[in-house]
Design a protein around this ligand. Structure first.
Ligand code: F6R
Length: 366
């Protein structure tokens, strides 16, 4: 059942080439310009005309929501708020006419997310669901939605569900942007082509596996880790840190790189591994300065960069090169080495990667 892999988690990490492709199958075709999500059709105008989008989710799904915030705001020009379902539901949130809710959940059974949906529904909001499990409670409660079609995710740490969530959320945003006219035909075409190329870029990122094992071996006994990114890679930093802490039990924090100087920089010494997700994008120059700041304090820099970068490798103890991709789609690629890193560290520490202590696959308790 693990298809020759030692754990479900690593099997599921390697499945991503296929799961992302499956997620786009029949829905996206750059040649014909096809871009459809059947489950969206009836309510899609609610999204197109939305004054605000509120995304509710927990954990890794919440991180997918953060990436979507950047994506929707950039291409649809609709303000987005991303909420922890548990915080949203308990504070008498403001939901106005014109607000649309998107709930993201792999299992479709997360109690807080379900309760947040019910609350928003009772206040008259239209709810879209992005779920992986077909027929799950959340899928049934929402007005409309799209499945991620990543296939069953058994490992407790969410991996292929995350990249499939990003794929679906990007497709939703591009449909809306196209209908709203906030994206040019040319830009849309360019992004559709880029989306179709993601599976092969993920495949390339997976080939970093052996190289990442060397990094894992070097840092497996670290007591802390810091993950830093900016822009679209900021949620990737949060996700990288979550993956590491939940399966290896190493304390890890993810931060927007610019926030470092407001506190976390105090943590940096010669023992602190700092993972920079520093691919070539609009914040590249800025993150280079952040790397310098960490170097100046003797932090141990591990960088995820775009292939061909000749600057950051000179500043890093370890460099991991991922293929170039449009910055808005980079999280689907830049997250791969971080999944692999946490997996290998956890295995080297003798942890039960598929069933980490204290965690359950569906959190049906509040
Ligand atoms: C992290 C992880 C959890 C889930 C969270 C939400 O790897 O698995 O943080 O992402 O419990 O679960 P779903 O997406 O099923 O609502």
């Amino acid at each position: 059942e693990k298809g020759g892999f030692e754990h479900f988690m690593i099997k599921e990490i390697f499945e991503q080439t296929r799961s992302i492709k499956d997620c786009m199958r029949g829905r996206l075709d750059s040649q014909t310009g096809r871009l459809v999500l059947g489950g969206l059709r009836e309510y899609v105008n609610k999204l197109v005309n939305a004054d605000r989008i509120i995304i509710v989710a927990c954990g890794t799904s919440w991180h997918a929501g953060l990436v979507a915030e950047y994506f929707f705001e950039e291409f649809c020009r609709i303000p987005v708020e991303v909420e922890y379902a548990s915080e949203f539901r308990y504070r008498n949130p403001i939901i106005r006419e014109g607000d649309v809710v998107i709930a993201i959940s792999q299992s479709g059974e997360t109690a807080d997310t379900l309760a947040a949906i019910e609350l928003a529904k009772s206040k008259g909001a239209i709810i879209f669901g992005v779920c992986n499990v077909v027929g799950s409670s959340i899928a049934r409660t929402t007005h409309a939605g799209a499945y991620t079609h990543a296939g069953p995710e058994i490992g407790v740490a969410s991996t292929k569900a995350f990249t499939a969530q990003l794929t679906v959320l990007n497709m939703i945003a591009l449909i809306v942007a196209n209908k709203k006219g906030t994206i040019t035909e040319q830009k849309l075409h360019e992004l559709l082509v880029e989306m179709e190329n993601i599976p092969s870029k993920v495949e390339k990122a997976l080939q970093l596996n052996e190289q990442i094992q060397v990094v894992a071996e070097t840092f497996k006994d670290a007591r802390n880790f810091l993950y830093l990114g900016r822009g679209y890679n900021f949620p990737v930093a949060l996700e990288g840190a979550l993956k590491l802490k939940e399966i290896s039990y190493i304390h890890a924090e993810g931060y927007p790189a610019a926030e470092m100087k407001h506190g976390p920089i105090a943590l940096i010494d010669e023992e602190m591994p700092v993972v920079f997700i520093a691919t070539k994008d609009s914040s590249y120059e800025k993150i280079v300065s952040n790397i310098q700041e960490v170097k100046a304090r003797k932090g141990r820099v591990i960088s995820i960069v775009t292939e061909g970068d000749d600057l950051i490798p000179k500043m890093s103890e370890f460099t991991i090169e991922v293929p170039a991709v449009h910055e808005a789609l980079m999280p689907m690629v830049s997250t791969i080495p971080l999944q692999l890193l946490s997996y290998h560290i956890a295995v080297m520490r003798g942890c039960n990667v598929d069933q980490p202590r204290n965690l359950a696959k569906s959190v049906t308790v509040e």
